[in-house]
Ligand binder design. Structure first.
Ligand SMILES: [Zn+2]
Length: 342
């Protein structure tokens, strides 16, 4: 959650007082809400605004803490650290960016991976951290993700990746672009082994990450209002000289256009993952994969794993079911019209 550096008005300019108020309050980032909130209250609501539901960005550690079963985390591959192989010099050196990334996030790289349990199901879990150079994917991010997938394949476990990223890390040039192919190949082997992969897309998931592992999942879940896409909307508008529709590249827009399986508020992500993982490990992984590969809208198929998960857990995922219920009568009406017209 972006707490650091937030100004809080009266305390500003007075070093000691500012630090104290910053630790206790923050402003909601949603301009329509803009409420001053207790940090503790926000934390209690899974780092969401209690007034308007705005989802603050969370660090990789916070993500792990709010998603997995407590006390089950064993970190994997944390010995890997990035290097400045190309001796890259831009506005600032890559060395400097790495140093700042480490300071801001407290992590060695922009992703953490671990073995854990989610609602009692053994799984490999990866979470990206936007504070580390915009969670860009360099060689080490790609390597950690690929190794995490291979670890899950070897163990016969599903894998969950919580994505957020500005894209490939350009300071590593083609070495960062190669990670797209490497992670995709590892996922293909995981898929061939009949094991499930669930992606949770959070704000923002863009470029090289969205064009590789983020969108290769069997079930793609996203948080509300997350910006998801390849190229940013402003650059696209300039390039194609077309005004883009409102909400373009937001989760809800993507769901409507069949790019996602479900949009789930953060408070329900853990229980949703629990249902999907339960279904996948109870023999449903292949069905999930077939649904993801089928040449129809993902939306049509989203109901299948959710309904099946409901039969396993006795409590289904609401969003896709509602969609299905709304779609059915419309389809029947269309069929009736077609018959009448004949
Ligand atoms: Zn708010």
């Amino acid at each position: 959650m972006a707490l650091a550096g937030r100004r809080t008005g009266p305390g500003e300019g007075n070093g000691r007082r500012t630090v104290r108020t910053e630790a206790q309050f923050l402003k909601c980032e949603n301009s329509a809400c803009n409420k001053t909130l207790f940090v503790k209250e926000v934390q209690k609501h899974n780092y969401c605004c209690p007034a308007c539901g705005h989802h603050f960005r969370v660090s990789s550690r916070e993500r792990v803490q709010i998603t997995i079963d407590s006390g089950t985390w064993t970190e994997l591959f944390d010995e890997l650290e990035p290097m400045d192989v190309l001796n890259f010099q831009g506005k600032k050196s890559y060395q400097q960016s790495l140093k700042e990334g480490r300071q801001k996030s407290g992590e060695k790289e922009a992703v953490i991976c671990g073995a854990c349990k989610v609602k009692g199901i053994e799984t490999v879990f990866c979470a990206m951290d936007f504070k580390y150079i915009g969670a860009s994917m360099g060689s080490v991010v790609g390597e950690k993700i690929a190794r995490a997938i291979e670890y899950a394949t070897a163990k016969g476990w599903p894998i969950v990746i919580v994505c957020c990223s500005g894209g490939a890390r350009m300071q590593e040039g083609v070495l960062s672009l190669m990670q797209m192919a490497k992670t995709s190949a590892a996922l293909q082997r995981h898929n061939e082994a009949g094991l499930a992969y669930i992606a949770v897309l959070t704000d923002p998931t863009l470029a090289g990450v969205s064009a590789s592992y983020a969108f290769l999942a069997d079930v793609i879940v996203a948080e509300p209002k997350a910006m998801i896409g390849f190229t940013g909307a402003r650059v696209l508008e300039q390039a194609i000289k077309v005004k883009l529709p409102p909400g373009f590249q937001e989760s809800e827009f993507l769901l409507k256009h069949g790019q996602l399986d479900m949009v789930v508020p953060r408070a329900q992500i853990r229980s949703t993952l629990g249902k999907l993982l339960t279904y996948a490990t109870a023999g449903g992984a292949r069905k999930m994969q077939d649904a993801a590969k089928a040449p129809r809208s993902r939306l049509e198929f989203a109901k299948a794993p959710a309904q099946a998960a409901a039969s396993v857990t006795g409590n289904g995922q609401a969003a896709p079911k509602k969609k299905a219920a709304r779609r059915k009568p419309a389809a029947k009406k269309r069929a009736a019209k077609a018959r009448a017209g004949r």
